[in-house]
Design a protein around this ligand. Structure first.
Ligand code: AMP
Ligand code: MG
Length: 331
């Protein structure tokens, strides 16, 4: 079966085409175009306009890059939520138009679940992981339990990516600030104490953000501040992930989301996994960030397990929670 997926939850519009081969995901093409606000944060309407401008060409290009024709597409999948309303609506509208034009079924999928399933679908040995999903807006520790993907811990305020971007913006950096902070952190030498806020299994970042800004105002070096932000937030993320592993008794850890590009975070989570004799997995970069292939793959899994969706049911859900999905494609 060939599935085309449209991802449009936030700043990126992505088109992915996948084919299932013996239960694994074969990515035929995966194209992404990212909206970058010149100044400030993402403006949902502007991001949606960006997506609307490029989506038609991106779909044509993506099909052209494969050996298939439009008529070979069996399913049109799209990111139903969670995300920014205008962006989600743009992706969903394109998906409906394409599904109707091709006379093929449509499938709306949960974006966070897609991050986990693409790991299972493309990485050998990744079967039942605890996912540490670290992106701009989302920060969650997710694992399968009793028929659903459960959220074992999550941010109580901003996502880790947004936390880094907010600090970067305060320092006058351009979006995305995460990679710049990673570079500066490499030169940091002094650890500045920051609030380490874990409540139960959940994490909060806003207190840390305020303290970090105060350090810079007081004249502490930017490099040391970036280093301390990374050490503190990543340690908290690693701790919650470790607790989820202990609780669920799973022995695999998977990273996903844009912040998973960060080498220091990877190293910390990998070390923790090794100490627990757990396997550590990260999908390839193009499948780690928001992308259409993961949407296409989850759409296929759902369709293949017997789930069907009418056009009327394909409404978006900005607050689509990970644990709202009945995971009928897993035992
Ligand atoms: P996503 O929302 O999953 O597309 O991820 C975007 C977020 O990832 C943004 O907040 C970026 O600042 C962040 N990001 C990207 N690369 C890195 C990196 N190397 N280190 C830390 N954060 C990063
Ligand atoms: Mg994402």
């Amino acid at each position: 079966m060939i599935s085309l997926g449209i991802e449009g939850t936030a700043h990126s519009i992505g088109i992915g085409i996948i084919q299932d081969v013996k239960g694994k995901c074969n990515v035929l093409s995966n194209n992404i175009k990212t909206y970058s606000p010149g100044k400030g944060g993402i403006h949902p309407r502007e991001a949606a306009n960006h997506h609307a401008t490029y989506i038609a060409d991106l779909i044509s290009e993506s099909v052209k890059k494969t050996q298939i024709d439009f008529s070979d597409i069996d399913l049109v999948s799209f990111s139903q939520g969670p995300g920014l309303g205008p962006c989600l609506r743009t992706a969903a509208t394109a998906a409906r138009a394409l599904a109707l034009a091709l006379d093929k079924p449509i499938m709306g999928v949960n974006h966070c679940v897609a991050h986990l399933e693409i790991g299972r679908g493309t990485i050998n040995g990744c079967k039942d992981p605890v996912l540490l999903y670290v992106s701009g807006a989302n920060t969650q520790v997710i694992a399968f339990a009793e028929g659903k993907y459960r959220v074992f811990g999550e941010t109580l305020d901003v996502g880790i990516g947004n936390c880094l971007d907010k600090f970067g913006r305060f320092m006058g950096m351009e979006f995305p600030c995460g990679p710049k902070i990673e570079e500066l952190a490499k030169k940091g030498q002094k650890y500045l104490k920051l609030p380490y806020s874990i409540k139960g299994m959940d994490i909060a970042f806003s207190g840390l953000l305020t303290s970090a800004e105060q350090y810079v105002r007081k004249g502490e070096k930017l490099e040391d501040t970036c280093f301390s932000i990374q050490e503190t937030t990543f340690a908290a993320l690693t701790e919650v992930t470790e607790r989820a592993i202990a609780h669920t008794e799973k022995n695999e850890v998977l990273l996903g989301g844009g912040v998973a590009s960060n080498k220091r975070l990877r190293d910390m989570v990998k070390t923790m996994a090794q100490e627990r004799y757990a396997s550590f997995f990260v999908p390839s970069q193009d499948l780690c960030i928001d992308n259409g292939a993961m949407i296409a793959w989850l759409g296929f899994l759902m369709y293949n397990s017997g789930i069907r969706m009418s056009i009327e049911e394909s409404v978006i859900d900005q607050r689509f929670r990970t644990d709202m999905v009945d995971v009928s494609w897993r035992e």
